[in-house]
Design a protein around this ligand. Structure first.
Ligand code: PHE
Ligand code: ZN
Length: 858
């Protein structure tokens, strides 16, 4: 089996979907755990699927399994093994399939299937990991109740569902049983065994179910679970209040593991988390960490209904669960914190990751129609753009009809493996709208560009919009999409003359008029970022400054400041223009406005990223020079510091709050603004104040913030060493240390810094968090990564080739650091292509990485 030739990668196509030949009525699994020789016995109750292909043969997926025995209705059978599974002749009616396989979790470095992390056993089955555990119809449309028995001397043995009997084998090995009554696909299966400690609590659901909550961690980490537990309870209450969704088992377990390819996983009743998204204390976690923990705990919990109770028919429907669950977790975080601040953060993230993807060689629709390796489609497009599409739908149909449609969705599809068509049909049935044009958001790739012209004549103000979506790989022509454009109009005195109105654009070109206006208004377009499009609008700095000062829509207020900063930067890069005085004056006003939320003010002061500027230059037909961008951005930050200097010390003091650290949004907002003040002050005092801050900080947000500024100021050597002394024992904190040093390093030193750090014995590169911290940290230092020598590309390329041998999924995901190559000059393009070609030629390259590299090269 192990020596079988690898199957040649073949594209899977949406149009080829066929149901499975059989139905699984029940699954019984027994695990006898052993690091090198785990035995898995699987017994499946099967019957022919009337809706599937008829026949007397069945196919089960299986990868890297050693088959010990197989039987049907108790009689031994000899299936035909293939590189990706087995075929077996089966009886006509219902029957019982049983097989025993052996697997070796200890050697599983890919972290898919059953693997080990720091001595504990854990699983990751989404998307297609269950086939590395046993032979099974490993596809999401096959749903069944699971009974699991785990035999092991490990003190804590967990699986999905509710706990059942426990006992001891004749040889003294303890066993436990778990029963999950809710039919589920195999990708939601989970098993954990280890020496774990629980942080426990309880939750009573609206219908009075008493649920035991446990967060399981390694001994010593128990005191870092309180925030995650609090976030879990708030998520449970929120989903009841806002979506009417209750939890449906007697226990909800969360386990933190150190080696994990992604953020977390929504396995039924047994969520498994990357430990960085669970563990937090003020001393070890930053405000950003707390925010991410809250969001991800909510995300995985919300999957219980959007993903688990209603799952996906096939992996093309991934956005059905992910887009909706991201949308729900964004709503939750907005409610818990600040709606406008959350929206700004989400849009920043969308533009940085999804727009970047959509405008490069990896662009694909929210619902792709073919893939080679599904792991490569857990993308910003499926997740974040998938969530935007739901936000647009909600805006178009209104809150009340959205709520009705969701209620119908849960009602109609509970227990189903559903499709995007099912999802849209629910909205069509509730609203009587025709959503065929809207559905293009799921099938057309690329970010639509929206341009606008305006006229004012005899009290009538007309906006004429034009939409155009550039070609993307495999899609040359695009049809017009439905674009909800939220608009408000302001009078010259700053008062709002037309409150937010949603214009529904369906044509390629379309006009909308507003009558009875006394004077030409200033438009506030795409309020709240009502659609994931790029708005091209020529407007002068004075108008942007006006909106920054007066817009009633907080998002657009921020957006006005943002586009102002971007224009200033683009002119600084292109024409060496001096920083604009208007922009600095506008910032000065915002900074001093105590009526504005500090978190909001911090966002207004933050400059666009270097990557963002590079993309804009490219969009305008200019080849970006990463070094010039870095210099211009630095110069603008310096100009900010000088212009705001008189106010900075007082602002810094005003944002310094007495008392111990608390992770709430309000306190975090003050720290964010305070950090920006410190960052600007550091540009003026060379780092004296940051050095004091580093010494006095009693929480990781401030300690790490000050450390980064000292590195940037060239005063990092001593504090970097002290930080390592203080935190050398803490793997999560040390990830930050690795990351920060390359991320904040002056560009010309970044690659050398990364090379030196990669030599350290504590650079445990097989741990995905560490790899992402250092290698990803370098790629995030745009000017350092794109160093004209090409050293950054070579360094990252060599590490990716090495990691591919042990962990294809994380390697493939990280090849996206090269997706922007078409933006750059011929020399850089050549060097990047050379690096990618070298990766492509790595012997035995994984199918994951092979697919990515070939798509990026185009
Ligand atoms: N389904 C997980 C989530 O979005 C992400 C994930 C995908 C985790 C694949 C592991 C593997 O919550
Ligand atoms: Zn998810």
């Amino acid at each position: 089996m192990k020596d079988a030739a690898p199957s040649t990668p073949q594209a899977v196509r949406l149009e080829d979907y066929t149901p499975w030949s059989h139905v699984v009525d029940r699954v019984q699994l027994t695990f006898r755990l052993d690091p090198r020789a785990t035995r898995v016995i699987s017994r499946l109750s099967l019957e022919p699927n009337p809706a599937g292909p008829q026949g007397r043969r069945m196919f089960l997926h299986g990868e890297g399994l050693t088959l010990i025995r197989a039987s049907i209705d108790g009689r031994a059978v000899t299936p035909d093994l293939t590189p990706d599974g087995l075929y077996c002749d089966v009886p006509e009616g219902p029957f019982t399939w049983e097989c025993e396989v052996e697997i070796a979790p200890e050697g599983n470095t890919a972290l898919e299937g059953l693997y080990m992390s720091n001595g504990m056993y854990c699983t990751q089955c989404e998307a297609e990991g269950f086939r590395k555990i046993t032979y099974y119809p490993d596809r999401p449309d096959v749903m069944a109740p699971f009974d699991v028995r785990v035999e092991s001397a490990m003190p804590v043995l967990l699986s999905n569902g509710n706990p059942g009997a426990t006992g001891t084998l004749a040889d003294g090995t303890p066993w436990v049983e778990w029963h999950d009554p809710w039919p589920k696909p195999s990708y939601l299966f989970a098993l954990v065994a280890g020496d774990l400690r629980a942080h426990s609590d309880r939750f009573t659901t609206a219908s009075d179910r008493d649920v035991a909550l446990n967060i399981w961690v390694r001994p010593g980490d128990e005191d870092r679970c309180a925030y995650a537990m609090d976030a879990l309870k708030r998520s449970m209450a929120w989903d009841e209040q806002v979506y009417g969704r209750e939890y449906d088992l007697d226990v909800f377990n969360i386990v933190a593991v150190d080696d994990f390819n992604m953020g977390a996983m929504e396995n039924k009743g047994l969520n498994i988390f990357n430990s960085k998204y669970v563990l937090a204390s003020p001393q070890t976690a930053t405000d950003r960490d707390y925010e991410l923990i809250e969001g991800i705990i909510a995300h995985e919990y919300f999957h219980n209904w959007t993903g688990n109770r209603i799952t996906c028919r096939d992996w093309f429907q991934l956005c059905l669960k992910e887009g909706l669950t991201v949308f729900r977790d964004q709503q939750f975080s907005g409610d818990q914190r600040s709606v406008p601040v959350k929206r700004i953060e989400d849009v920043l993230q969308l533009r940085a990751r999804q727009f970047r993807e959509d405008n490069g060689p990896l662009a694909h629709p929210v619902r792709p129609s073919s893939y080679i390796e599904i792991n490569n489609f857990y993308t910003a497009t499926v997740y974040e753009k998938g969530a935007e599409v739901i936000g647009m739908l909600k805006l178009l149909v209104g809150d009340a009809q959205y709520a009705e449609a969701l209620a119908l969705y849960f009602d109609r599809h509970d227990g189903d493996a559903a499709t995007i068509e099912d999802w849209l049909a629910v909205f069509e049935d509730v609203t009587k709208r025709d959503l065929r044009q809207f559905s293009r958001w799921y099938t057309q790739a690329g970010t639509p560009r929206l341009s606008v012209e305006e006229t004012f004549d005899a009290g009538t103000y007309t906006l004429r919009f034009r939409q155009r979506t550039p070609p993307t790989p495999g899609q040359a022509e695009k049809l017009p999409q439905v674009i909800p454009i939220a608009v408000g109009l302001l009078a010259p005195d700053g008062s709002e003359v037309v409150p937010t109105t949603v214009l529904e654009m369906t044509q390629e070109e379309q006009s909308f008029s507003f009558d009875g206006l006394a004077a030409r208004p200033v438009p506030s377009l795409l309020r709240g970022f009502s659609a994931p499009v790029i708005l091209d609008r020529a407007s002068d700095a004075a108008e942007r400054a006006f909106l920054l000062a007066h817009d009633t829509d907080a998002f657009n207020r921020w957006e006005a400041g943002r586009s102002l900063a971007k224009e200033v930067l683009l002119r600084m890069v292109g024409d060496n223009a001096p920083p604009s005085a208007d922009y600095l004056a506008a910032l000065d006003q915002v900074l001093a406005d105590d009526t504005l939320d500090p978190a909001f003010r911090a966002l207004v002061l933050q400059l666009p990223s270097e990557d963002d500027i590079a993309q804009s230059l490219h969009d305008n037909g200019t080849t970006p020079d990463p070094t010039a961008i870095h210099i211009a951005r630095d110069a603008l930050a310096h100009a900010q510091a000088e212009a705001l200097a008189p106010k900075l010390p007082a602002l810094f003091d005003a944002m310094t709050r007495p008392g111990p650290y608390t992770p709430d949004a309000e306190a975090a907002g003050c720290r964010a603004l305070r950090h920006i003040a410190l960052s600007l002050l550091t540009r003026l005092d060379g780092g004296d104040r940051a050095a004091q801050e580093f010494d006095r900080a009693d929480n990781m947000t401030e300690e790490l913030g000050a450390l980064g500024l000292l590195i940037r100021a060239g005063r990092g050597t001593d504090p970097v060493a002290r930080f390592a002394e203080r935190w050398g024992h803490d793997r999560l904190v040390m990830d930050k240390w690795f990351q920060l040093q390359v991320n904040m390093a002056p560009p010309e030193q970044a690659v050398t810094r990364a090379e030196t750090l990669a030599q350290r014995p504590d650079f445990d590169w097989k741990n995905p968090n560490k790899f992402r911290a250092l290698i990803g940290g370098l790629a995030a230092n745009a000017a350092g990564f794109h160093d004209p020598s090409g050293a950054g590309y070579r360094f990252v390329g060599e590490w990716l080739s090495r990691l591919d041998k042990v962990n294809p999924q994380t390697t493939a995901r990280m090849t996206t650091v090269f997706e922007t190559w078409p933006r750059y000059d011929a020399d850089r393009q050549d060097m990047i292509r050379e690096t990618l070609t070298r990766i492509a030629n790595t012997p035995d390259l994984s199918r994951d990485t092979a697919e990515m590299v070939s798509r990026i090269l185009g």
